[in-house]
Design a protein around this ligand. Structure first.
Ligand code: ZN
Length: 370
């Protein structure tokens, strides 16, 4: 039923479209036309205006003919960089980029699975409940599309976000919350050779703070990282300003708070010891989510995986996605693998067998909703 050749051709068409975060207009226009051709009405919301992008989220309702709860199918339209001028190459069973850009299978693979699934349902007159398709903007770097999605338009009980890697059947059922941390350390400039006594080194404060900080894997549920540090002008000037970007993640909100507080304390203690000032800002980028093994959405996945013969692997992920936001807005959501591999790199690839299998799995998921 799933048409492998059609999927590959459409996947290649889609990844050739430039669609960087906040610049999804062309992709959105193309997908709108595709869905219209299939006979489905599409609405673009006003998220683009709110977030400074050139497109909003696409919302499309596919009317069902079966009295079961509605499902939300989601994928994101934007890609990371380098993503301009993508030239996909079919290499045996794999599709890769030409090595100069990402492939963009993250998340065109998800989009393609959704398009193929609704096409298969229609062509074969397979009965199903209402389906709401949402293609979001600006997932990368902040989940902005999902955050701005008007949920009053999304009358669904379950959500399947098609935006994960791993073997087909891999489903992320828990993901951590993330705090984004920005720190500014202010010291005092002075000539490093003539009067170092008058200076306060912001670099020294930073190193004192970070050397005493718990980082990396904190426990099974918690991680932390200092990712960017910038500051200083010349060796003969005592550095008066350092800026630091860091993050903390945890499946447990209390642990996230504790880790963030610990990092803050390290900076403040160092500033107190050496002199100087610290401004520590922490912002919750997205909340965590956790779907229980006994939840109805897992039962749907189990029935669907049995039917198409894929092994269901419910797992935790360390990354955030639109799934975090949809769960926080009250719809039970999981992130389903579409086989994307080595994403966010120029080595990104996808196995065509996986793409085909992921679409079969999605058709099965939709028909197993009860
Ligand atoms: Zn993605």
């Amino acid at each position: 039923m799933v048409n492998r050749q059609r999927m590959v051709e459409e996947f290649l068409e889609l990844v050739k479209i430039d669609s960087l975060t906040f610049e999804e207009k062309e992709m959105a226009g193309y997908l709108k036309a595709k869905l219209n051709d299939l006979g489905f009405a599409v609405e673009e919301d006003d998220t683009g205006k709110k977030i400074g992008g050139n497109s909003g989220n696409l919302i499309c309702k596919v009317e069902g003919n079966k009295n079961v709860p509605a499902v939300l199918l989601m994928a994101h339209m934007d890609t990371v960089t380098p993503g301009i001028g993508k030239k996909p190459v079919v290499d045996g069973k794999y599709i890769r980029s030409d090595g100069n850009t990402i492939l963009g299978g993250d998340d065109v693979a998800g989009i393609e699975c959704i398009l193929e699934a609704v096409r298969v349902l229609k062509e074969n007159s397979i009965s199903h409940g209402d389906i709401i398709i949402v293609f979001t903007v600006a997932e990368e770097g902040g989940l902005w599309g999902a955050k701005n999605l008007d949920m009053s338009k999304i009358n669904a009980k379950y959500a399947f976000v098609m935006d994960d890697g791993g073997s087909i059947g891999h489903v992320a059922v828990t993901a951590p919350a993330q705090n984004k941390i920005d720190v500014t350390i202010t010291g005092k400039a002075a000539h490093a050779g003539m009067e170092p006594e008058k200076g306060i080194s912001a670099i020294q404060i930073a190193s004192e703070a970070i050397s005493g900080m718990r980082l990396g894997r904190i426990d099974a549920e918690t991680t932390a990282n200092v990712g960017v540090i910038t500051g200083g002008q010349a060796t003969n000037i005592i550095c008066d300003k350092v800026e630091i970007k860091a993050e903390a993640r945890s499946l447990d909100m209390k642990k996230l708070e504790r880790q963030t507080e610990h990092m803050k304390e390290c900076f403040h203690n160092a500033a107190q010891k050496i002199g100087g000032e610290v401004v520590f800002k922490s912002e919750l980028l997205y909340p965590s989510f956790s779907v229980s093994e006994n939840d109805d959405i897992i039962k749907i996945l189990r029935r669907a995986s049995n039917k198409v013969g894929v092994e269901l692997l419910t797992e935790a992920t360390g990354g955030g996605s639109d799934t975090n936001i949809i769960n926080s807005k009250g719809i039970k959501a999981v992130n389903v693998s579409v086989g994307m591999d080595k994403v966010h790199s120029v080595e990104e690839q996808i196995c065509i067998d996986d793409l085909e299998k992921a679409a079969e799995f999605l058709v099965s998921i939709i028909t197993m909703v009860e």
